[in-house]
Design a protein around this ligand. Sequence first.
Ligand SMILES: *[C@@H]1O[C@H](CO)[C@@H](O)[C@H](O)[C@H]1NC(C)=O
Length: 193
Amino acid sequence: MANTMLLAVFALLQVMCFLSTSPVHGVSAAAGSCHASGYVHGKETRCPKGSPDCCVVGKSYPRFRCSPPVSAKTPAILTLKVFDNGEDGGPTSCDMRFHRNTELVVALSSGWLRLDGGARRRCNGRIRVAAAANGRSVVARVVDECDSVNGCREEDGYSPPCRNNVVGGSPAVWKKLGLNESVGEFEVTWSDV
Ligand SMILES: *[C@@H]1O[C@H](CO)[C@@H](O)[C@H](O)[C@H]1NC(C)=O
C-alpha cells in the first residue's frame, strides 16, 4: 500500500516536472498551437553601426506566422519602437506614414496584426496596453507590424525576426505608461478596444 502511494506520488512529481520545464524560453514560449514555421539564418555581417541585435552568422532564428492566443488580457512584451523617419525602417505597414514620437501608436507581432483570433485585421484598430509593473494603461492605435516572419536581410537591418508576442510602443506609449525606456522591455497585457 505504502509502495503504491509512493509510486503514485513519484509519477505525479514527474508529470509536474515535465509540465514546468517544457514551456521554456524562445521557440516554445509561444503558447497553444502556435509553433515556429521555420528558421532564418544569419548570413551577412553588415550590421549597421550601433544596432544592438543583429543576426549572428551561422545562427538560426525562429520565424512565426502565428502569435499566442488573444484573450481579454493577452500577455506580451513591450519594446520601444520609433516610427519617425529616422534610421528605424520605412513608413509603417498599416497607414504608410511616419509617426511622431508624441503619437500613441504601436506595432504588433505578425500573428496578432494579421489574422489571429477570427480573421480580424488589427491595422488602424486600437488596443489597450496595460503595464504589469504599475497597472497603468494606455489606448494606442495599431499602425505597424513587428515582422515575426522575415529577418536577417538587408531590408530588415540584419535584425532577427520579431518574437511573436511583441507590442512595439512609441515613446509616447512608454511615457503614458510611466515606464523607463532605458530598461528596454516590460511585461504588459493588451486587449482590443
Ligand atoms: C532608468 O533605467 C536605467 C537603467 O536601468 C537607470 O540607470 C536609470 O536610473 C533609470 N531612470 C529612472 C528615472 O528611473
